[in-house]
Design a protein around this ligand. Structure first.
Ligand code: NDP
Length: 249
């Protein structure tokens, strides 16, 4: 079980890792955790002050100086992803890790009353942006000795559940994107591609989805980091095309 993984403190030394949705929730903790294990992190998100706070926390903790890329994925076009790739190429010359973490919950409502534009927005952020980013960043990942791409999934991305609407469908699509890409890269690339279901985790998204739940009853982002570290670090080099869960329950 990858959730039991114990990472050496220098696991991600000299690695360049991009995290989307790095300003809050799981993405913020993942960025800080990767930096604490030696990585130079590139923080992508839509709210610049939040990214700046994460930046400051990483610097204060003695981590390598991060980079910040503000981007609203609901409006991003392929040109934006290409510009990002060019900037990373100029600054770092390669990319070792890509954590697709940014996600939108959308509405919790039956499909018959699901708002069409909300549907499109959720698919845009959770699926289309992840595809565009991956497409633009693959050449840089190819320049890594062992690139790792992680897509963030969910239990409703494996089995559909009533009232989860576009979120559930977007996570099924995320699993599909992961599998197609992993299959295409198998044997011809050093890049591995996996999906990761964080499981119930104490964030704003979770509180919105389960307003009646006591937040203290679910795992903190810190508690689910072992699987994130395992998949980002070289100990998972032989894993690709797989679905991982960060929690046992
Ligand atoms: P949060 O809502 O706490 O954080 C999501 C992050 O994504 C935020 O930093 C947010 O930015 C960013 N984001 C949202 N929309 C955009 C956008 N249009 N452009 C750029 N960034 C955006 O959620 P979690 O940390 O809980 O979720 C992280 C991932 O984990 C998601 O993919 C989610 O589906 C998945 N997940 C979470 C579970 C949980 O229990 N928490 C369970 C299963 C899966 P901002 O802060 O500016 O709003």
């Amino acid at each position: 079980f990858a959730g039991d993984y114990v990472a050496p403190s220098n696991l991600l030394k000299d690695k360049i890792i991009l995290v989307t949705g790095a300003g809050d929730g799981i993405g913020k903790t993942a960025a800080k955790t990767f930096a604490a294990h030696g990585a130079t992190v590139i923080l992508l998100g839509r709210t610049t002050p939040k990214l700046e706070m994460v930046y400051d926390e990483i610097e204060a903790a003695g981590g390598a100086q991060p980079a910040i890329f503000p981007m609203d994925l609901s409006e991003a076009r392929i040109e934006n992803f290409e510009n990002l790739a060019e900037a990373i190429d100029q600054e770092f010359g390669r990319l070792d890790g890509l954590l697709h973490n940014a996600g939108l919950l959308g509405q919790r409502t039956p499909l018959t009353s699901y708002n069409f534009s909300t549907w499109q927005q959720v698919m845009q952020v959770n699926v289309n942006a992840a595809f565009g980013l991956t497409k633009s960043l693959l050449p840089l990942l190819e320049k890594s000795e062992a690139g790792s791409v992680i897509f963030t999934s969910s239990s409703v991305g494996v089995k559909g559940r009533a009232y989860w609407g576009a979120y559930s469908v977007s996570k099924f699509a995320t699993e599909g994107l992961m599998q197609v890409l992993a299959d295409e890269l198998e044997g011809v690339s050093n890049i591995r591609v996996n999906s990761l279901n964080p499981g119930a985790t104490r964030t704003a998204l979770r509180a919105t989805a389960y307003p009646a739940e006591n937040p203290k009853s679910v795992a903190t982002p810190e508690e689910i980091m072992p699987t994130y570290l395992y998949l980002m670090g070289d100990d998972s080099r032989n894993q690709s095309g797989k679905h991982f869960s960060a929690q046992k329950r």
